[in-house]
Write a protein that binds this ligand. Structure first.
Ligand code: SME
Length: 149
């Protein structure tokens, strides 16, 4: 499992004083992706218009460009505002497979300091049931420290 305490400190140091959301997303995606071999795709989908997500900074293979809120695991996270912890993507109705190798996924909503939804963070793993509630809590903390400060 990633060392989330170290990741939090590293991301805070790398992004100190930065407010540009794309720069923040690029840094978070890079640091998270390289910190844990469970993470086979790590990236953001941004809210670019009402009920529509478009791809943002990511690490890994090609990701689909556009996801409406009514589709996929990302859409579910954006629509509900809740973390989606998916142990088996084949059992998730409407899962969008950007890679056939993906077995499990976690998607978290990203809020700005005014409490508005600005994106979702999507992490895919080729390992089944790769993510835990501990991952969800730690990732939520890093997202809050970075985007809601
Ligand atoms: N699996 C996501 C789509 C994004 S690709 O995995 C990068 C979903 O179902 O929303």
């Amino acid at each position: 499992m990633a060392d989330y305490t170290l990741l939090s400190k590293t991301i805070a140091a790398l992004t100190e004083g930065e407010t540009d959301e794309v720069a923040l997303m690029a840094t978070v995606a890079c640091e998270l992706h390289h910190a844990d071999d469970r993470f086979d795709w790590t990236g953001f989908y941004r809210v670019t218009e009402p009920r529509l997500l478009k791809i943002g900074p990511y690490q890994g293979g090609h990701g689909c460009l556009v996801i409406p809120f009514d589709r996929g695991v990302c859409g579910a996270a954006a629509r509900t505002g809740q973390v989606q912890l998916v142990p088996d993507v084949d059992a998730f109705p409407g899962h969008i497979a950007c890679a056939s190798s993906t077995r499990s996924e976690i998607v978290l909503p990203v809020w700005d300091k005014q409490g508005a939804l600005i994106a979702v963070l999507d992490i895919d793993s080729d390992k089944p049931a790769a993510f835990t509630d501990e991952d969800a809590s730690a990732l939520q903390q890093i997202l809050s420290e970075t985007f809601s400060r």
